[in-house]
Design a binder for this molecule. Structure first.
Ligand code: ADP
Ligand code: MG
Length: 375
């Protein structure tokens, strides 16, 4: 009956997901290119399962992986977004949400997040569709007045750089441990007020210009840094209740192994930093899955920066992009994802503050000030 209810009522399903508050892992397989070898993906099930085999070996190498959803090569951007929409919309109700794109360079991370335009047709990505949704909600909701701000940073060689800085991301930023939800984890990064999707897209163009690119043997414009676009939402209703939440949209650096990229020198250093931060992300997710008392957020800049959105009060969605013509990479990508999909976080909570609590906090602040004046 439970499964029947899920089928019949999408809305109920979303509520159930919210109550469970667990991380969602979606796997997306892009179409195979003409020049690529045979796909190692044998079967995609409607139930989120995926069967992988090694086309170079004669013995049975079939392995099954299970995700919340698997999107095959024919899936459109709109169909992917439809499955993501309720999660994104919950940001406007005060939930912190973090969406990652994980996978090897060329597997489709940027396509999923940012879309693509090849002159004749434009395919909007998750980012664009999410922003349209958020601004639409902001314009139609009469009960809440929203303020939306944007930050965009990259993590390159374990340094956080401000992608919206006038000086072209030369400023290195410190990450603060922001305990309250209103706190910014990178207070010195540029933060821009935005009124529309177009405002954000213009900022993203500036950000992308500032992002570090370098060449590897695998992809001449391979992205070697993690980019984090953060949408900060602040809402206030007529009775003075406020919500504060954020949506992190994270396009991770390529997860390919170093030996395959044939890199040395600076590029080797880049690859080592990337490997380290991705494995730290995996460790954090595993620690959350095992409900460990210590979560190793501080082992990488990425997990430190996203700390507020990787804990019990946040929702996480990981888009996994296996590279279907490469069996070894696919298995390692899917294994990473498998660690993530066992996470069951506690029920997420809304970052809501009632006017009553805020009044009391103000009174405390005023009393503190009064005491200081007397001293
Ligand atoms: P990544 O960011 O992981 O390095 P990209 O998103 O740049 O990979 O994708 C590599 C290439 O594959 C791009 O030319 C992109 O347009 C294309 N591509 C990726 N995913 C899809 C998809 N689902 N459908 C069609 N083309 C895709
Ligand atoms: Mg990319």
């Amino acid at each position: 009956r439970y499964h029947q209810a899920i089928k019949e009522n999408r809305h109920l399903y979303n509520i159930l997901q919210e109550l469970r508050g667990n991380i969602r892992v979606f796997c997306r397989i892009r179409p195979i290119f003409k020049f690529e070898a045979k796909s190692c993906i044998e079967y995609i099930g409607n139930d989120g399962s995926l069967m992988v085999f090694d086309p170079c070996k004669s013995q049975n190498t079939r392995k099954i992986f299970q995700f919340n959803k698997v999107f095959g090569p024919a899936t459109t951007q709109g169909e992917v977004y439809k499955e993501t929409q309720s999660l994104i919309r919950s940001v406007m109700d005060g939930y912190n949400v973090c969406i990652f794109a994980y996978g090897q360079t060329g597997a489709g991370k940027t396509y999923t997040m940012c879309g693509s335009s090849n002159g004749s047709c434009e395919e909007l990505g998750i980012n664009h569709m999410a922003l349209n949704d958020l601004f639409q909600i902001s314009s139609i909701r009469e009960d809440i007045k929203y303020d939306i701000h944007v930050q965009m940073v990259e993590i390159y060689n374990e340094q956080v750089r401000d992608l919206l800085a006038e000086d072209g991301a030369n400023t290195k930023l410190e990450i603060m441990n922001c305990s309250g939800n209103g706190g910014l984890s990178i207070p010195n990064a540029s933060i821009r007020g935005v009124q529309s999707t177009a405002d954000v897209l213009n900022l993203m163009i500036l950000g992308e210009k500032n992002r570090a690119f370098s060449s590897t043997a695998m992809n001449h414009r391979s992205s070697r840094s993690h980019s984090v676009l953060t949408i900060h939402v602040h809402g206030k209703d007529i009775s003075g209740n406020t919500i504060r939440s954020c949506l992190h949209l994270v396009d991770l650096a390529g997860s390919e192994r170093v030996d395959k990229s044939e890199v040395t020198g600076d590029q080797l250093k880049e690859a080592q930093h990337i490997n380290k931060s991705l494995s730290c992300l995996g460790d954090v997710i595993t620690a959350l899955a095992q409900k460990n008392s210590h979560i190793p957020y501080r082992n990488s800049k990425l997990t430190q920066l996203l700390q507020n959105s990787l804990g019990g009060n946040a929702k996480m969605l990981m888009f996994i992009h296996p590279e279907s013509d490469s069996h070894g990479e696919t298995i390692s990508t899917l294994k990473f994802a498998q660690r993530a999909s066992t996470v069951e976080l506690g029920a997420p909570h809304q970052n809501k503050e009632s006017s009553e609590i805020r009044n009391l906090k103000e009174q405390i602040d005023n009393l503190k000030k009064a005491l200081m004046i007397k001293e």
